[in-house]
Design a protein around this ligand. Structure first.
Ligand code: SAH
Ligand code: SF4
Ligand code: F3S
Length: 463
């Protein structure tokens, strides 16, 4: 950890007080990973986690602004905090992507003046100092940078799981898809140094972690900017090379990555995946739309045909490949025929999982300015049609699993039935199965799939 006197200062201040914290996270795995670092910092200062935000002495919201509904949920939650704030000594901090939007910070200031700390995506590491100021001087802290922060290595981290870990390999996004707010709130692409990433993964392996998920908004453009600028200092200067190095770390048995961009899915990446068994056979390949004109207007830089060709190539080269995807319905100007192209791609590609979104205009993006927005009702109808097609595909796809044996990491007890274990197949399907002696949470077992329940399978552990 880099020197930070404020860890000690806060620690001293709250000594013997048994103070607790609660973090409420919205959004993607990058935010989850940031929240793990926030938790690590709070524990370093002496706070302990509590499940109940009403009990907590500090509540941190880590926000997302990718679609409107995430924002609405946040404001509801902050509203609920008002009475609590009046009744006790509570610190409320709000960070994350939404706080990089000026209009949101203004809204907090005006409508929720009792919020103590507002911090952005580039200033996570200042949290101890900000807490100190809020606590000691009763200051309202606004700590937001509009330029890309340096990559800050070595923050303490408290991970959500003891065997599966997220590792952010790059920050930001340069793609500027016209619907998307992420490049505005997360800044330009910056890759972590391979030595730092590998050291983190080696350390995880020593601590008995089995599964790693490499994270980035555009994970397969790892080191691209550095390569182009001539600032890549290591031989490991591409995503494919990084995958090969990560695979060498002993003890790590499963490697996932999210999210790759189809335009950067180069042959060396496909070859690396084909060669390395440890890499998960489910790959997320965001489609967004199946129509070439819409894709062009989205600035996705591939056509329907190019996407299908890529899928074809991947299916041929990578044994047992499964794909998942993201789709947006109702992008401005999307016609009935254009939407049907999306349905056509879903019919052609056997997606194992589809994350479906209704287009949500984001202030400041190009698509939000368009006058030809699709009416809400039509967007919802298209969403329902896509969902219906997806559900019928899921059922037929599932049939091929029955009778197969899958290697599964026991993640815990099933939420719906505590007497059962659950885990996921390589293709991210949930499997529920009866515990057996000698096997515990965190072990990898062979499970035969016996029943198809559409959104999950039942199975039996094989000896
Ligand atoms: N970097 C990742 C995804 C980031 S956001 C990628 O490119 O795949 C996750 C998903 O949210 C996107 O894939 C997209 O499908 C969806 N999304 C982003 N902006 C949206 C918007 N304005 N309205 C609806 N969905 C959106
Ligand atoms: Fe958004 Fe596109 Fe970047 Fe993904 S690649 S974060 S969708 S701009
Ligand atoms: Fe949301 Fe920020 Fe992730 S906007 S999707 S939390 S990068």
């Amino acid at each position: 950890m880099q020197e930070n006197e404020y860890f000690e200062k806060v620690k001293e201040k709250i000594k013997n007080k048994n103070l607790t914290y609660k973090i409420i996270t919205f959004g993607c795995q990058l935010n989850e990973n940031d929240s793990e670092k926030i938790a690590g910092m709070l524990e370093e200062m002496g706070y302990q986690e509590t499940e109940d935000e009403k009990q907590a002495d500090i509540v941190v919201f880590n926000t997302c602004c990718v679609r409107e509904n995430a924002e609405e949920r946040l404001f509801g939650k902050i509203g609920e905090m008002k009475n609590l704030k009046q009744s006790k000594n509570l610190i409320i901090a709000i960070g994350g992507c939404m706080m990089q939007e000026k209009q949101m910070v203004d809204k907090i200031k005006k409508s929720y003046p009792y919020v103590d700390i507002v911090f952005g995506t580039h200033t996570l590491q200042n949290l101890p100092e900000n807490i100190y100021k809020a606590m000691l001087k009763n200051e309202k802290v606004r700590d937001i940078l509009n330029i890309d922060g340096e990559i800050y290595e070595g923050l303490p981290i408290k991970r959500n799981s003891d065997f599966s870990a997220n590792v952010t390999i790059m920050y930001g996004c340069n793609n500027f898809c016209t619907y998307c707010i992420v490049p505005y709130v997360r800044g330009r692409e910056r890759s972590r140094k391979p030595e730092k990433i590998l050291a983190e993964i080696e350390d995880l392996a020593k601590k008995n972690y089995k599964e790693i998920t490499l994270l980035g908004q555009n994970v397969n453009s790892y080191m691209r900017t550095e390569r182009e600028n001539g600032t890549a200092t290591s031989k490991i200067d591409s995503f494919a090379k990084l995958l090969q190095e990560v695979a060498k770390v002993e003890g790590i048995e499963k490697i996932n990555f999210i999210s790759p961009h189809p335009k950067d899915f180069t042959d060396d990446v496909i070859e690396a995946i084909a060669k390395i068994d440890k890499i998960s056979r489910i790959i997320h390949l965001p489609l967004q739309s199946g129509n070439s004109k819409v894709l062009k207007e989205m600035n996705r830089k591939y056509t329907k045909e190019q996407y299908l060709e890529l899928v074809e190539k991947m299916v041929q080269k990578i044994p047992n490949l499964s794909l998942s995807t993201d789709i947006i319905v109702g992008f401005p100007g999307e016609t009935e025929e254009e939407f049907e192209d999306t349905l056509d791609v879903v019919k052609k590609v056997n997606f194992e999982q589809i994350f479906m979104f209704i287009y949500s205009p984001r202030e400041g993006t190009i698509a939000a300015e368009r006058v030809d927005q699709v009416p809400e009702e039509i967007k919802h109808k298209r969403f329902d049609r896509l969902k219906e097609l997806y559900e019928t595909k899921v059922d037929t796809n599932n049939e091929k699993y029955i009778g197969t044996t899958q290697k599964i990491l026991i993640e815990g007890n099933s939420k719906n039935d505590e007497t059962m274990f659950c885990g996921r197949t390589d293709t991210n399907k949930v499997v529920v199965f009866k515990p057996q002696e000698n096997y515990k949470i965190g072990d990898i077992v062979k499970v035969q799939i016996t029943e198809n329940h559409k959104w999950y399978f039942k199975g039996e552990i094989q000896k």
